[in-house]
Structure formats: structure tokens, C-alpha cells
Design a protein around this ligand. Structure first.
Ligand code: B12
Length: 216
């Protein structure tokens, strides 16, 4: 079995030691952070499928989240870079009713590594808090993350509130997480959606590029 398949298998089997060894082995052999994350995602999706079938329980979901975070601790130092002048300001949060924050945290780390100032509102964020953050921090982009199906309703409510409070025009909105897709984007009225973290970074760079007239 190659490293990638081994990593998917180890994550699926919740074998933390093997996950850590294989992540390190993939870094050592020159694999990109993105490709390692994608393998971890396939593994954790398998965990979710086993949970759906009743073979895994809530405790297993919790363990899978802990293993994923530990793996990110090895991966993230390779991403973080410092810069004094941020290229743009982003507000991000996991929407109301949802506490899945591993994906959101990946996006936060990547954006910071790409020199964005990121205001992270955390999990279970009510529409009113998003609206408050847009009004107060005047971000270039608002990123809403949601994994549960019900997250779409919360995203829609947040968009409606932004419209009501006349904040919608001042910010580009991107949705992401398992609940997002093109039809959801249209229904919610967002400007974009993404699954791939690098697409998220490209979206944010495009937003600041268009707003300030050039790539910063
Ligand atoms: C770990 C996990 C948990 C952990 C979460 C720990 C944590 N701190 O996040 C715990 C144990 C808390 C949990 C709880 C529950 N969970 Co859960 N969980 C998972 C699991 C196994 C992995 C999720 C994960 O972290 N994936 C890895 C990350 C990296 O992926 P991601 O979030 O999608 O992020 C990627 C992209 O989407 C993107 N992205 C993320 N955010 C954003 C934002 C923007 C703007 C952009 C552009 C991109 C982007 O970036 C990442 C790129 O790699 C999934 C299974 C699965 N298929 O994913 C189930 C899963 C999501 N859970 C599920 C369920 C049902 C629950 C519970 C309701 C269970 C229960 N009965 O209590 C609760 C709900 C709690 C709540 N209110 O939120 C279901 C959801 C079903 C649905 N469609 O609604 C799933 C799919 C499992 C299943 N197959 O049944 N869970």
C-alpha cells in the first residue's frame, strides 16, 4: 500500500499512531500539504459513512476529529508565514447550529499564511453576530462554513439579515463546507462557494484584487 492509501486506511481505522507516521512520511517524501489533507478528508469521510451505517458511534466521530487536528499540527507549521501588512480582511465563522470547525480552521490557517487578516468568529455563529462583524470590521469577504445539512438554512438567514441591514452590498460572501454546492450558493444568494481550500484563497485574492485595483 502506498503512503496515500495507507493514510486513508489509518484515518478510517482511527489508528492515530499510523496517521501521524504516514503524514510525516508524506511530508518527508515531498507531498504537498493539500494532497495530504485530501487523503485525510477521504479517510474522515469514511468515518462518517461508518457512523451513518451504525458501525461507528459519536465517540468515534470525536476521536476522528482529534486525530485530524493532531495531524494538522504536524502539517500547519509548513504553512504559516508572517508578514506585517495584511493584503485583505476576512471574517469567517461556522454558522448557527453547527459546531464542525476542523475545515474552517484549515481555511483560517491557510488565509493567514497567505497574509490575510482573519477575524474568526468560531462556531455556532448567529446571523446577528455575522451582521455585527460585517458592520464593525468592514471585511473584504465574509466566509460562512457549514457541514450539517441544516447549515444551509442558517446561511440563508444570515444573508437575509445582511440584506435587511443593508450590509450585503459592502461584502463578498463565500460559502463552504460539506453543505455547500452551486445550487446551495444560488439559493442562499452567495457570491461563491468552494470545497478546495486553495480555491478559497483564490476567491479571496480575486476579491481584494478587484476591490483595490491590483493584486496586492
Ligand atoms: C468529526 C465529525 C464530528 C465532530 C466534529 C469535531 C469538530 N471540532 O469539528 C463531532 C463529534 C463534534 C460531530 C458532531 C456531530 N456530527 Co459530525 N462528523 C464529523 C465527520 C466525521 C468529519 C467532519 C470533518 O471534520 N471533516 C474534515 C474537514 C476538513 O472537512 P470539511 O469540514 O468539509 O472542510 C473542508 C471543506 O469543506 C472546506 N471548507 C470548510 N469550511 C469552509 C468554509 C468556506 C467558506 C470554504 C470556502 C471552504 C470550507 O475546507 C475543508 C478542506 O479540506 C463528518 C463526516 C464527513 N463526511 O465529513 C461527520 C458528519 C458531518 N457529522 C454528522 C452528524 C449527523 C453529526 C451530529 C448531528 C451527530 C449527533 N447525532 O450528535 C453532531 C452535530 C453537532 C453539531 N451541532 O454540529 C453527519 C452530518 C449529516 C448531515 N448531512 O447533516 C456527518 C456527515 C456524518 C455522517 N455521514 O452521518 N461530528
Amino acid at each position: 500500500m502506498n503512503h496515500r492509501d495507507g493514510l486513508i486506511d489509518a484515518m478510517t481505522e482511527l489508528d492515530e499512531d499510523r496517521v501521524m507516521q504516514l503524514v510525516q512520511a508524506m511530508i518527508d517524501s515531498g507531498a504537498t500539504s493539500n494532497s495530504i489533507q485530501m487523503a485525510l478528508n477521504v479517510g474522515i469521510t469514511n468515518v462518517g459513512k461508518r457512523f451513518e451505517k451504525g458501525d461507528y458511534f459519536i465517540a468515534d466521530l470525536i476521536v476522528s476529529g482529534m486525530i485530524y487536528r493532531d495531524a494538522l499540527r504536524i502539517l500547519m507549521p509548513t504553512m504559516d508565514r508572517a508578514r506585517s501588512m495584511p493584503i485583505g480582511r476576512i471574517v469567517i465563522g461556522v454558522v448557527q447550529g453547527d459546531i464542525h470547525d476542523i475545515g474552517k480552521d484549515i481555511i483560517v490557517s491557510l488565509l493567514r499564511a497567505e497574509h490575510f487578516e482573519v477575524i474568526d468568529l468560531g462556531v455556532d455563529v448567529k446571523p446577528e453576530r455575522f451582521a455585527y462583524a460585517v458592520r464593525t470590521y468592514r471585511p473584504d469577504a465574509l466566509l460562512m462554513s457549514g457541514v450539517l445539512t441544516l447549515a444551509r438554512e442558517s446561511m440563508k438567514k444570515t444573508m437575509n439579515l445582511l440584506e435587511e441591514e443593508q450590509l450585503r452590498q459592502q461584502v463578498q460572501v463565500l460559502i463552504g463546507g460539506l453543505c455547500a454546492g452551486e445550487s446551495q450558493r444560488q439559493w442562499i444568494g452567495a457570491d461563491g462557494w468552494a470545497y478546495d481550500p486553495m480555491e478559497t484563497v483564490s476567491f479571496c485574492k480575486r476579491v481584494v484584487g478587484e476591490k483595490y485595483g491590483k493584486e496586492r
